[in-house]
Design a binder for this molecule. Structure first.
Ligand SMILES: *Cc1c(COP(=O)(O)O)cnc(C)c1O
Length: 398
């Protein structure tokens, strides 16, 4: 079968909820992927940062195959010999006290929402069904009904109501707006350390420190959604480390499995997580031994192979290279670690055409919010590979 045949099948039999670039991939290794016609591309999206460890990392693959041959699913009705080890390793790595394992990122967000509401009714005397959670404009936290209920993106919401109440939206990067929005009924503030889907929007320096101080003083739980920023992407294990703070709840997913399998988690202090009692929350697949074995190895290679430091170094080098590109259509270049973006001016006529011409040059990336191109290669990218990427980007934007 040819690429066009695979595309036809997707169009004919699949839901049309994505508009992918027409490249049909069949194989991947490190930062590279190959299409069905044998053409090679550099992956500068990394499945929205789920393959931070690079495609088909051999150690993660081995752990997955070994565990798949031994035991895959027990349900949480019984215990397994991988879950406790993953808990301990995650807590040691992130200075957390408690872990709640789930599968998708959206499930981690939903789980955090349930947990902080319950905490609020227990600890803050909020009248039943009145708990409020503060979120930011232009957020991206997932696709469930509750999560799109507090999205400000009309495409994500349109036609999907009625929506879940209990959310209040403030501008991102504005600590004074948070202070002003808190009431007696506020249980939590949910925020991305850097807004990824919004186009790699980095808040002003000190924002997270101010937010941490306000949440502590007003007895509001700080939930950081690090599903995209976490696990090395920004050059630290968690993006919160850039400001030396610790969230009360931290959400991770995506790269927690190195792209092999959906694994997510809510990381918590003991005080917050202890409100959940047996039977009050769960997931058939959450915490299964296959997921845990994969996640344990995905975390181990991130550390052992120095990928976090490499993301900091190569990210700075990549950013510097992007900043050197002289083109009047570039409105802004920004990034932290290997989470990078070039925003084009409206006169450039949209970012998608540049993604198409980059594809023709062998570099895969994704436009976001019409005018922004995001670059987020796997964290093991080398200096030579960054040089190659910069050559293609310079040529495509020239
Ligand atoms: C991807 C993402 C999610 C949702 O994760 P899914 O696994 O797609 O449900 C939530 N928050 C952020 C910041 C994300 O980038």
């Amino acid at each position: 079968m040819k690429a066009a045949d695979f595309i036809d099948l997707e169009e004919q039999f699949g839901a049309h909820n994505y508009k992918p670039l027409d490249v049909v991939l069949t194989r991947g290794e490190r930062v590279w992927v190959w299409d069905v016609e044998g053409r090679r591309y550099m992956d500068c999206l990394s499945a929205y940062s789920a393959v931070n460890q690079g495609h088909c990392h051999p150690k993660i693959r081995q752990a997955m195959m070994d565990q798949a041959a031994r035991l895959t699913l027990t349900s949480r009705a019984f215990r397994n010999d991988q879950l406790g080890l993953l808990y301990r390793e995650l807590c040691q790595l992130t200075h957390s006290h408690k872990v709640l394992p789930m599968n998708s990122g959206a499930e981690a967000v939903e789980s955090a929402i349930k947990t902080v509401r319950k905490w609020g009714y227990r600890h803050k005397d909020i009248p039943e069904n009145q708990a409020e959670i503060i979120v930011c404009a232009n957020n991206f936290h997932g696709r469930t009904i509750t999560i799109v209920s507090f999205s400000t993106d009309p495409t994500a919401r349109g036609g999907f109501g009625p929506f879940t109440p209990g959310f209040k939206i403030i501008p991102f990067g504005d600590a004074a707006a948070l202070e002003a929005a808190i009431t007696d009924r506020t249980v939590a503030f949910l925020v991305e350390p850097i807004q990824g889907e919004a186009g790699v929007i980095i808040p002003p320096d000190g924002y997270l420190r101010q937010v941490r101080e306000i949440c502590t003083r007003r007895n509001v739980i700080l939930i950081l959604d690090e599903i995209q920023t976490g696990l090395g992407r920004t050059g630290k294990i968690l993006a919160e480390e850039h400001e030396g703070i610790e969230a009360d709840l931290t959400l991770i997913g995506k790269a927690l499995s190195g792209g092999f399998y959906p694994v997510s988690a809510v990381l918590s202090t003991s005080e917050v997580m202890e409100v959940l009692k047996p039977g009050e929350h769960g997931s058939t697949f959450g915490g299964n031994p296959l997921a845990c074995a994969v996640a344990r190895t995905a975390l181990r290679v991130l550390i052992e192979e120095g990928m976090v430091d490499n993301a900091a170094r190569m990210g700075a080098y990549f950013l510097e290279g992007l900043r050197r590109i002289r083109n009047p259509m570039i409105k802004s270049v920004r990034g932290r670690g290997l989470m990078l973006a070039v925003e084009l001016s409206p006169e450039a006529g949209g970012a998608r055409q540049y993604c198409l011409s980059l594809k023709d040059r062998g570099l895969l990336c994704k436009d976001t919010h019409t005018h922004t191109i995001r670059f987020a290669p796997p964290l093991l990218i080398t200096r030579e590979e960054v040089d190659w990427a910069l050559e293609q980007i310079t040529a495509a934007l020239g």
